[in-house]
Structure formats: structure tokens, C-alpha cells
Design a protein around this ligand. Structure first.
Ligand code: FES
Length: 164
């Protein structure tokens, strides 16, 4: 007999499950190997993984909620909270730190009025510091979505963010 698990999270309101159900309809005989592709598609559809969508995956794909949470917490690509339309990643690696990353980070928190790891109230930006972005020759560096911005100054950082 299948165990029933109920999880409530009042910070993430229930979403319309139509998109989730469309995705799950492609996985009528889901196996554990299908979980990551399902989660990726659901996150692409909603911008994050809403609680009631996870419960839908549990029921329809017959994957235990505990396993789903295990995968979500293991892979940093998955988010249980609504995220901003754009993700700003600021490098905190050694090369960037020496070339002024602390000032860049300070400017970002000032412009966006949020702290590291947070999302703006209008859901436009999510801001997260990361380890080396692999482009140390451009230090200090940030990424907005898939685009790199290097040799940043405090002034350039503000101009770039405001251009979005
Ligand atoms: S230390 Fe910043 S990109 Fe490598």
C-alpha cells in the first residue's frame, strides 16, 4: 500500500497544474530515471518547483516525495522558491575577489535592495554569489542568465543591471 505524504508550504501558493499534467502525460510508466527530466521540465514551466506540482508528480508518476526532495536538494539547479526572471551570479573566487568583487557585490545588493540568495519582490532578479565562473582573465566577473560581464567596475555593474 502506498504511503500518503502531506507537505504544506504556505510560502509557495498552489499553481494551476495543467502544465505539470501535460508534462507528466509523457511519462505514464515513469521510472526513477525519469525524475530529473520531469523536474527540469516542471521547473522550466513554472520557473521553480511548486509544492502542489511535486505532490502531483508523486501521485501520477508514483515517485515518493522523499525521493523527489532527495534529488531537489542534491542538485543546485532545482529551486523550491519562485525565482527571478533573470539570475545574476557574481564570482567570489580569488581572482575576482582581489580585483574588486566585494565592491561589485555591495553595489548589487544596493541596486536590487536584496541580500545574497534572494529574489527581488517583482521577481525580476535572483542574486547569487558563486565560486569561480571560469573566466578569471575577465575578473571581476558576473553572469546574468547565460551572458558574462567582465572587467566590471561598480559603475558598469549598475548600468548593466539597469539595462535589464
Ligand atoms: S575567480 Fe572569478 S572567474 Fe575565476
Amino acid at each position: 500500500m502506498q504511503k500518503t505524504v502531506t507537505v504544506t508550504n504556505e510560502s509557495t501558493p498552489a499553481v494551476d497544474l495543467a502544465k505539470c499534467r501535460t508534462i507528466l502525460s509523457k511519462y505514464n510508466n515513469a521510472t526513477p530515471a525519469d525524475l530529473i527530466p520531469i523536474l527540469q521540465q516542471v521547473q522550466d514551466a513554472y520557473g521553480y518547483l511548486p509544492q502542489n506540482a511535486l505532490e502531483e508528480i508523486t501521485v501520477r508518476a508514483r515517485i515518493p516525495l522523499s525521493k523527489i526532495y532527495g534529488v531537489i536538494t542534491f542538485y543546485s539547479q532545482f529551486s523550491l522558491e519562485p525565482r527571478g526572471k533573470h539570475t545574476i551570479k557574481v564570482c567570489t573566487g580569488t581572482a575576482c575577489h582581489i580585483k574588486g568583487a566585494p565592491d561589485i557585490k555591495k553595489k548589487i545588493t544596493e541596486v536590487l535592495q536584496i541580500s545574497e540568495g534572494e529574489t527581488t519582490q517583482d521577481y525580476k532578479f535572483t542574486y547569487e554569489p558563486v565560486a569561480c565562473l571560469g573566466t578569471c582573465f575577465l575578473a571581476p566577473v558576473m553572469m546574468i542568465d547565460d551572458r558574462y560581464y567582465g572587467k566590471l567596475t561598480v559603475e558598469k555593474t549598475e548600468t548593466i543591471i539597469k539595462s535589464y
